[in-house]
Design a protein around this ligand. Structure first.
Ligand code: PGA
Length: 244
């Protein structure tokens, strides 16, 4: 990993957890200076999660700044709650809420305009992995963001490569498979914007305490976006320790 890229571990609780779990996290969480730690809790818990030893993340936001969008949450509201990072384009949002590449790109633009940092997710479904072109699929997802935001988005954005077939399935991409796509993404984004040498690329998809070391050892994997294992404090701490 390039020295300029500080490792990052972002926990994505999804629609899991409770105030009690958050409290136990807060009591036992020990920060680690080697890695930047982000905790993306469900929106109702943001106020209770504000802390100084990890950065606060949201799991989504509206592409609109304000207005008649019942149930949605704006970037300014997130900012008021102390949020610094916003996951955007997670495959579960794309699937459950029909978010297109264009909507995701508009969200990235709104997040950047608010001065927040997007954690932009990309990654292919199983049928593309088995019968299609993984690189072309991921390139399309990222190119849509470049079209709307210009390649300047790479100055700030964190990118998470999350093959959908590996999310929550216990079926992790091998470190070699993950590095292959990360290497492709790195090359492409550096052609778009030379500063992308400093863009952090996280791997996500069934990262756990036993496989994190091997994944994070790869040159273009700068940390992880962690779902299930971020709900278990000991596992999450072990993953953070692996990111150095
Ligand atoms: P997982 O989820 O670690 O449970 O596979 C990762 C994610 O969806 O961000």
């Amino acid at each position: 990993m390039a020295d300029s890229r500080k490792p990052m571990v972002a926990g994505n609780w999804k629609m899991n957890g409770s105030l009690a779990l958050l409290k136990s996290f807060s009591q036992s969480f020990v920060s680690d200076n080697n890695a930047e730690v982000v905790l993306c809790v469900p929106s109702p818990y943001l106020a209770a999660a504000s802390r100084s030893d990890f950065a606060l993340g949201a799991q989504d936001c509206s592409q609109f700044v304000a207005g008649a969008h019942t149930g949605d949450v704006s970037v300014d509201m997130l900012k008021e709650m102390g949020v610094e990072y916003v996951i955007v384009g997670h495959s579960e949002r794309r699937q459950d809420h029909g978010e297109s590449n264009l909507v995701v790109a508009e969200k990235v633009k709104t997040i950047l305009q608010a001065g927040l940092i997007p954690i932009l997710c990309c990654g292919e479904p199983l049928e593309v992995r088995e019968n299609g072109d993984v690189n072309a699929f991921v390139a399309d997802q990222l190119a849509a963001v470049k079209t709307v935001c210009t390649s300047d988005f790479l100055d700030t954005c964190v990118i998470a490569y999350e093959p959908i077939w590996a999310i929550g399935t216990g079926k992790t991409a091998s470190p070699e498979q993950a590095q292959e796509v990360h290497g492709f993404i790195r090359k492409m984004i550096c052609e778009w914007n030379p500063k992308a040498q400093n863009t952090r690329l996280l791997y996500g998809g069934s990262v756990n305490a036993s496989n994190a070391d091997d994944l994070f050892a790869k040159p273009d994997i700068d940390g992880g976006l962690i779902g299930g294992a971020s709900l278990k404090i000991d596992d999450f701490a072990a993953i953070i320790a692996a990111a150095k």
